[in-house]
Design a protein around this ligand. Structure first.
Ligand code: C2E
Ligand code: MG
Ligand code: MG
Ligand code: MG
Length: 286
């Protein structure tokens, strides 16, 4: 039966657990304020070709810097944005800002933008994307959208039609975080993705399993005709293994950390500017 609630003595400091609950309950209101006050921003991280390390695309990652809380991680606030529906408005802003940034930098690389499954609840996601492409002047061939299966995509009947329309426009569509959560073979079959991104939890497996699991997932993805990005490449050993196993593309701290300034995060994103030699002790670029 229910334990009697233990009341803290009057005047006692609230427990850490209670504080955490209060802080979580305050997140929706704090997120609304963050939007109104312009506390959301983007960080940029390169995705590179396994052969020569050349730039393929740049992922835009949402950041929330709260004056009281400090940085709030996306894994904390994206679910809040999804539950409140704020992700519709935030997602449109991210897309517009990302496209503007890619147009300003120029070049041939794609800008990769994460799309929440909840965004498919809006009546015309493909039309919204088309409008933003037209207004910012980004060619559709320079946009990639990354879809995660946090909420199984197949439950959203509009998703398949929207993905088909986006691809018909020339937008690339990637399945993100494959190998974690709900990712399944049915999803690869039902959606004709262009690209699959293997979750970074795979490179974090113990060495005995890492190579085997990676080989299997590469084979599955490539059997569907999909190019593969491996996420979470942090060491030269990881990078060497991907080359040996035939992965197409890679993303991770070794190849470039996310940063707000595109020119710092991805020095080779600007055409005509040679890649600055990177000789940091961490060996940021192999
Ligand atoms: P994601 O789309 O899988 O993005 C990659 C995540 O891995 C990013 O985390 C990135 O900072 C991190 N990462 C990259 N390389 C490495 C590495 O070598 N090691 C490690 N440990 N981590 C690495 P971040 O920025 O915290 O974003 C987390 C997730 O939040 C994203 O995962 C994505 O699902 C979601 N997210 C971020 N921005 C947006 C957005 O604008 N819209 C939506 N709907 N979701 C977003
Ligand atoms: Mg992503
Ligand atoms: Mg991912
Ligand atoms: Mg991920």
């Amino acid at each position: 039966f229910l334990e009697p609630a233990v009341e803290p003595p009057a005047g006692a400091a609230p427990s850490a657990a209670l504080e955490a609950v209060r802080s979580a309950a305050a997140l929706p209101a704090a997120l609304r304020l963050a939007i109104a006050r312009g506390h959301l921003s983007l960080a940029f991280q390169p995705i590179r070709r396994c052969g020569d390390g050349s730039l393929v695309s740049v992922e835009a990652l949402l950041r929330w810097e709260d004056p009281d809380r400090g940085p709030v991680p996306p894994d904390t606030f994206i679910p809040v944005a999804e539950e409140t529906g704020l992700i519709i408005q935030i997602g449109a802003w991210v897309l517009r800002r990302a496209c503007e940034t890619a147009v300003r930098a120029g070049g041939e690389w794609r800008i990769a933008v994460n799309i929440s499954p909840v965004q498919f609840q809006q009546p015309d996601l493909a039309g919204m994307v088309a409008n933003i492409l037209r207004e910012t002047g980004l060619p559709p061939g320079r946009l990639a959208l990354e879809l995660t299966e946090q909420i199984p995509l197949l439950r959203f009947p509009r998703a398949r039609e929207a993905v088909r329309r986006l691809q018909a426009m020339g937008v690339q569509v990637a399945l993100d975080d494959f190998g974690s959560g709900f990712s399944n073979i049915a999803c690869l079959r039902e959606f004709r993705f262009d690209l699959v991104k293997l979750d970074r939890s795979i490179l974090a497996l113990p060495p005995a399993q890492r190579g085997t699991v990676l080989t299997a997932l590469l084979a599955v993805s490539q059997s569907f005709g999909l190019k593969v990005v491996v996420e979470g490449v942090e060491t030269t050993e990881d990078w060497g293994m991907l080359q040996a196993l035939g992965a197409d593309y890679a993303q991770g701290y070794l190849l470039g950390r996310p940063a707000a300034d595109l020119a710092l995060a991805v020095p080779d994103a600007f055409p005509g500017q040679p890649l600055a030699p990177c000789s940091s002790p961490a060996g940021a670029f192999p």
